[in-house]
Design a protein around this ligand. Sequence first.
Ligand code: ZN
Length: 372
Amino acid sequence: MFPGLLCIIQICFLPSQLCSLFCLETRLKVMDDKPDPGTLSENSEVLFSFGVIADIQYADLEDGYNFQGNRRRYYRHSLFHLRGAIEHWNGEGSPPRCVLQLGDIIDGYNAQYKVSEKSLELVMNTFQMLKVPVHHTWGNHEFYNFSRNYLTNSKLNTKFLEDQIVHHPETVPSEDYYAYHFVPFPQFRFILLDAYDLSVLGVDQSSPKYQQCLKILREHNPNSELNSPQGLSEPQFVQFNGGFSQEQLNWLNEVLTFSDTNQEKVVIVSHLPIYPEASDSVCLAWNYRDALAVIWSHKCVVCFFAGHTHDGGYSEDPFGVHHINLEGVIETAPDSQAFGTVYVYPDKMMLKGRGRVPDRIMNYKKENAFQL
Ligand SMILES: [Zn+2]
């Protein structure tokens, strides 16, 4: 039945307020049921798509609550959410080119119960069902469970999926941080960033890098509990966050310079968000301003995907970059979902959210749209 007709019929039987609510709900449902994203954009065709999912935080535990005690966490059910997402992506008529896993794949509780490896194996076995490559980002919960050294040698290191640009050695990332770039479709470059490049998590406490990072953290956070943002003018300086080294930012700048020159569109992925309007300030990367300064000095970046915040968020910055913080799987009720597929068009990207992930339209900067 057409939504408008349904609405007219209901006017006869329902009080007006209830009716408009009913109509809105009906329209949303009809939007949600739209089977083909092509119908959302009648004048252009989908070039390719990719999947996004964040903060699975699996643990074989009963449900719990977040630190503030106001959000329920479904530790065990998160694996079923992941399975549902994978079944969905595998079943798409035109499968996504890849899936971006935005970090915090298993919960820190696994370390406490000494089951980190077992839980990681279970989640990775589930990912094996996925018929397309998955790119793994590292978040704070990775470092609660494993050292950086362990992660580098684990299946969570997907750097082998990187693309290298011939004759441009400046675009090759250093081994000192976990970042790389790849091209899932011609003229579209994806860059995976290491938001814990500067961090006290996962690094040997006797190393100079640990001492350097602890110094940065203490300079901005005088609290004895370094996970507490209490009283901070820059509340992102907490132990559960991290930042980008100058070396990594220089590398990012080189890759974006290449993309600008070659008229590529760029998608950036990081566990930590960098734009305050799209995120709770306590969740931002330590030196988010430095990352924004690099991105804003280029025209090629379309969007920046992050996890970590669980509640989700979105904002387009003044330079036309779309910042999307994906809703976390871990705080998603069993009767809902939390993942999305991004459909890429010549002039925009469209996030089709599932469950509590809303749809988003991300137009390219006008002067920068492809001329087809
Ligand atoms: Zn996180």
